[in-house]
Write a protein of this length. Structure first.
Lengths: 324, 677
């Protein structure tokens, strides 16, 4: 007579077997890695220059004047030194240093991979492989402080700025992912790309939908124009502005739009839907203003020698030293 | 039909099935019945009329904050809003059409968003709702709230600024967005929103010299109920003009004796000081009581004169204004603060006999329009270069040395050496103007101290970039105790791993037998659980080898055999001399009293017996094997490595300590030695 509870035990054995043999499909933070997860997270953040004092990034305010954007490549050697400095805290004796020497290449390779996965959105595949260059820009402008929540996108193909605003999905290879987008100061924005973008879009934040006109000032007066749209497809009737309607204002008060007269003026263009009387939805449609998008890309880059105004002739010496 | 992400649909109006107010629902039921015998009509089967009273509530004096999805321009913001119409987005899609305006066409919105510049009209807060409307106007129905805010506007202002009767209809519409689209949804629940647009552009001001001056505007969502007739029928008649003038800014001349000094000396509280941050002044200017206004042809009274200072540039640099003081306040306080400049009205230019009207204000917020910088103008005029390129524009002379910058992006900085010499060194941050090589051959070799990374370049100066980076990383890490602890734990774990490795290699044969060839490749941390599973698996495969049948709860015991005299049996059972039970009772009792009771020495004596030792031997052997294996595993795994490593270990150990005696006693013994004979 075999033990009555043997079936339970058999089941237990199968269960254990299953669990022991199950391939580890998901990445666990602390298995088969060169360093513990908390350390890795810290080093990856260091690698992306989080917490590094701004004076260490830009050593002189003349390098980043007001109302300027400055593009850069990331110096891997500098960030390597940063990581090495951080790791040196954990080495006490020469034994530790020998051990760190043995592990360092694995640590660096892991950080190279992990820093690409920092802003990976949920559900995306992990990035792996050798790291490409990291680039980015520093933007110092009152646009950063006055328009919080700017949209920044980078592409490695030319994008027609008139096209759809976000033609690629987040994981599309043509889209350059952002590694970091952060305001370092109220008016200074730091952005880092995982790759070298060909085109960068910086777009006004869309605080809902805005209504308004195109304005023009002359002296103490302001005039405004409205470019009528086709009410069925939202296209402008005439891109060149031949059909623009002057916005009538109420006499004797500043800025008050004479809406009825505006709708009468629009009635001259039946495509706007104003011919049979404008209703409030059609009126709103005419007024919608799209956020402005600034496109950076394909700038005529002058040769390096023309870009810098070296006060002393360092060229040959610097080239020899830094092997440029 | 879903709208689609990124798209939205505009509706001219979404009218509610019932307007707000009190409703009575009358229900009548008529029954008739026919049977073969008789017919019953409705009088025979009468059902009472049912009256249901409904109250449809709708905000009337105050809009609950949770109904407001967004306002544009943002409240309390500074910006160039001069070509954008203010708007408010309301969650309740039918709200603008929920009440009826007497005298207005059907389905005219009962609310309007009016935009008031500083000094044009007065906003009173915390007024009893009866006082929120012009005297003589009575709003029927429910009041909903006890106190509200009200806007007091002169008739002349209404004619200049308020929408006309014909405009009203165009200024409210409904918007339908896709509920998946978080950007357009803005937190709504059903994807339908009501939007009310203003009819006025918040133009920036010009001062008397024609320079840009910021203007503070107050946007009020007002209730027009009962006062539709006050609105102008249509815009004034002169032919439409296509230009509009900027509001001219005046400076307040406030007559207040305590202020005289400031006025004369131009000190902190004097109005129109150039670069004074309005937020800094808020605490100073607000409580100043107003005195009589000095006469002047172009005088506007208002309090925060500094806010309109000539050329006050809210964007001029980082940290110039701060909302920190606002962040600590409640929204009610903030909204009160926003009203502050709108408590006083310019009365000088007003015509006489200009009647005042009061409108309940459902919602109000204020913002400041500054000069003419737009996002577009800022972005298109950006100076776009590589970092390290300072351009060709000649810098104005200043006290400092010109920037020394090399093509590689290095800049020269003053450097005081450890010897105290003042020299110049090269420094370059992590952001460089040239593509950085990133092949592994170009990467930095591991350094253990920052001095290893100091480089002297041929011009004799030091390049301290990498050394600075090393030191920065070190100091940043030292500032994080948790990271230091983590580094130390990591170091410790590495030492333990090394020790484990040496243990494994020294007993290679045993481990290969246990774990199979190539065991070094398995994660050493897993050996404990793996061994545990290995044993459990073996048990599960062949339970009969490891596990016996469960022991019965109750056993019949062994039959007792009686051979010989009862006296002898009794004596042997008690371990006594049979002779003691012979004779009369007194003798037996005396004998029992004197008999020595066999006690402790029983086991010690019996252990010498060979057969008992054999009996125990097998058992002890088994225990010893278990002990050795568990001790081995403990040695291997230490405490922090185990977890459920050896589920059997502890149990065995406990049994060894407690149950040796039991094992001995329960062992079946030869018959002639039983104590049950």
């Amino acid at each position: 007579m075999i033990n009555k509870s043997s079936d339970i035990l058999e089941h237990l054995g199968a269960e254990l077997q299953k669990r022991a043999r199950a391939p580890s499909a998901e990445f666990k933070p602390d298995e088969n890695t060169a360093m513990p997860a908390e350390l890795r997270n810290w080093l990856v953040r260091l690698r992306l220059l989080e917490g590094v004092p701004f004076a260490n990034l830009v050593a002189d305010s003349e390098l980043l004047p007001q109302e300027s954007i400055r593009w850069f490549y990331m110096d891997r050697r500098w960030t390597d030194a940063l990581v090495q400095g951080s790791l040196s805290v954990g080495t006490v004796n020469s034994d530790d240093r020998i051990q760190l020497d043995a592990q360092y290449s694995a640590i660096r390779a892991e950080l190279d991979t992990e820093e690409r996965n920092v802003r990976r959105s949920k559900g995306m595949a992990r990035f792996a492989g050798q790291p490409g260059p990291i680039t980015g820009f520093l933007l110092r402008s009152s646009a950063v402080s006055g328009w919080p929540g700017l949209h920044v996108r980078g592409f490695n193909v030319d994008i027609d700025p008139e096209e759809d605003d976000d033609p690629f999905k987040e994981n599309d290879p043509r889209k350059i992912r952002l590694l970091r987008l952060e305001r370092l100061a109220p008016a200074v924005l730091l952005c880092m790309f995982d790759g070298i973008p060909k085109v960068v879009h910086i777009e006004e934040p869309r605080q809902g939908i805005q209504f308004g006109f195109m304005h023009k000032d002359s002296g103490n007066k302001r005039s405004a124009k409205l470019r009528p749209r086709n009410k069925t497809n939202f296209e402008y009737l005439d891109e060149s502005g031949n059909n623009d309607v002057d916005v009538p204002f109420r006499v004797g008060s500043s800025g008050v739009v004479d809406i009825r007269r505006l709708s009468e003026a629009l009635a001259a263009h039946p495509e706007t839907g104003a011919a049979d009387g404008l209703d409030s939805a059609e009126y709103a449609l005419q007024l919608i203003r799209l956020p402005w998008r600034q496109v950076f890309g394909e700038i005529e880059v002058p040769p390096v020698s023309a870009m810098f105004r070296a006060t002393i002739d360092y060229t040959s010496m610097v080239n020899a030293t830094f092997r440029l | 039909m879903p709208v689609g992400e990124g798209k939205f649909k505009l509706h001219a109006k979404l009218t509610p099935p019932l307007e707000a107010g009190l409703w009575r629902l009358k229900a009548d039921q008529n029954f008739e019945a026919e049977t073969p015998e008789t017919a019953l009509d409705r009088n025979d089967l009468r059902v009472d009329q049912e009256h249901v009273y409904l109250r449809i509530r709708s905000p009337r004096y105050v809009l609950p904050p949770d109904q407001i999805l967004s306002t544009y321009p943002p409240a309390n913001s500074f910006g160039s809003y001069g070509s954008r119409l203010p708007q408010v987005v309301i969650k309740r899609r039918t709200l603008p059409w929920e009440r009826r305006l007497d005298g207005a066409p059907e389905e005219t919105p009962w609310m309007a968003l009016v935009l008031i510049a500083e000094g044009e009209a007065k906003l009173e807060t915390g007024v009893d709702v009866d006082g929120c409307v012009t005297a003589g106007v009575e709003l029927e129905g429910l009041k909903e709230v006890a106190k509200g805010n009200c806007l007091i506007a002169k008739r002349s202002l209404i004619h200049r600024v308020f929408p006309t009767k014909r405009d009203l209809d165009l200024l409210a519409h409904a918007r339908e967005v896709d509920i998946q689209d978080t950007e357009l949804m803005m937190g709504d629940d059903d994807g339908f929103l009501a939007v009310v647009i203003s009819n006025r552009l918040p133009l920036p001001g010009k001062d008397e010299n024609g320079r840009d001056a910021p203007v503070k505007y107050l946007a009020c969502l007002i209730n027009l109920e009962g006062q539709y007739d006050v609105l102008p029928d249509r815009s004034p008649d002169p032919a439409p003009i296509f230009v509009t003038e900027f509001p001219t800014k005046y400076f307040a001349v406030q007559k207040h004796y305590a202020m005289d000094d400031h006025m004369v000396m131009g000190t902190a509280l004097a109005p129109a000081d150039m670069d004074i941050n309005p937020v800094d002044l808020a605490g100073l200017t607000n409580p100043v009581p107003m005195a009589t206004v000095s006469n002047g042809s172009n005088t506007t009274q208002y309090q925060s004169a500094a806010a309109a200072g000539v050329g006050a540039k809210p964007y001029a640099g980082s940290g110039q204004w701060s909302t920190a003081s606002l962040a600590n306040k409640t929204s009610a306080e903030i909204s009160l603060q926003m009203v502050e400049p709108f408590r006083i009205v310019d009365t000088n230019k007003a015509p006489r006999l200009d009647p005042e009207y009061r409108f309940p204000v459902l919602l109000h917020w204020s913002f400041t329009t500054t000069g003419d910088t737009t996002f577009r103008s800022l972005m298109t005029n950006l100076d776009s270069r590589l970092l390290g390129d300072v351009g060709n524009a000649s810098k104005p002379l200043s006290g400092r040395l010109p920037l020394e910058v090399a093509e590689s992006g290095h800049i020269g900085l003053g450097h005081q050496t450890r010897e105290g010499d003042r020299v110049r060194a090269w420094y370059r941050g992590p952001l460089v103007p040239h593509p950085a090589k990133s092949t592994s051959a170009d990467r930095l070799k591991l350094a253990h101290s920052s001095d290893q990374l100091r480089v002297i370049i041929p011009d004799g100066r030091e390049d301290l970039s990498l050394a600075t980076a090393f030191e920065t990383g070190r100091l940043l890490t030292l500032s994080q105790p948790s990271i230091i602890a983590s580094l130390m734990r990591w170091r410790q774990a590495d030492y333990q791993a090394a020790r484990l490795h040496s243990l494994l290699t020294s007993n290679r044969g045993l481990w290969e037998e246990l774990l199979g060839a190539g065991f070094e490749k398995t994660d050493l941390h897993k050996i404990g659980p793996m061994a545990g599973r290995f044993f459990a698996e073996a048990i599960a495969r062949n339970p009969e080898l490891f596990l016996g049948n469960p022991r019965a709860r109750v056993s019949p015991g062994r039959p007792l055999e009686f051979k010989g005299k009862a006296n002898n049996i009794l004596a042997r059972g008690l371990g006594l001399n049979p002779a003691i039970f012979k004779g009369d009772l007194t003798r037996v009792f005396n004998g029992l009293r004197e008999a020595r009771v066999p006690r402790d020495d029983f086991i010690a004596k019996d252990l010498k017996l060979v057969d008992i030792r054999e009996t125990l031997g097998t058992d002890l052997d088994r225990q010893r094997i278990d002990l050795v294996s568990s001790a081995l595993s403990n040695e291997l795994l230490k405490d922090h490595l185990t977890g459920p490593a050896f589920p059997v270990t502890d149990r065995l150990r406990v049994e060894i300590l407690n149950d040796n005696l039991d094992v001995i006693l329960h062992e079946p013994a030869p018959l002639d030695f039983t104590d049950e004979e």
